[in-house]
Design a protein around this ligand. Structure first.
Ligand SMILES: [Zn+2]
Length: 129
């Protein structure tokens, strides 16, 4: 299996399901030699946050830390997949700006906040109107 990292570099890795604390979680085994880029610090435990196929998540998830910013977090609001830059900004400043679609189809920019429980959440109250 191969996966196109957002940097454009293709890396090969295997994914298998591992049972961790009664939950099945994908276990990603990157090929030896490839180093994971650290995007920031986990707001829950302070460990490194690294990119995985679906999210930017805590590297200590196998020890029980569940922090992850899902790349498709804002897709249901019409937003794009979150880029690595957005994840970096979120982790370092706690906020970034994203474009979503309003009910009438028009685009609008809203703040996206770092959220310890959900990875991130849109701050609808902070939108410019
Ligand atoms: Zn963590």
């Amino acid at each position: 299996m191969s996966f196109n990292m957002s940097s454009g570099v293709e890396r090969l890795f295997t994914v298998e399901l591992k049972k961790v604390e009664e939950k099945w979680r994908p276990w990603i085994d990157f090929e030896a030699g490839s180093e994971l880029e650290v995007l920031g610090e986990c707001p829950l435990c302070g460990a490194d946050v690294v990119e995985s196929p679906l999210s930017y998540g805590c590297s200590r998830w196998d020890e029980g830390c569940e922090f992850a910013i899902f790349k498709n977090s804002i897709k249901r609001f019409g937003g794009k997949m979150l880029s690595k830059q957005k994840a970096r900004e979120l982790l370092s400043t706690g906020v970034t700006e994203v474009t979503i679609r309003d009910f009438d189809g028009s685009e609008k920019r809203v703040p996206l906040l770092l959220d310890k429980d959900f990875g991130c959440r849109i701050d609808f109250k902070g939108e410019e109107r």
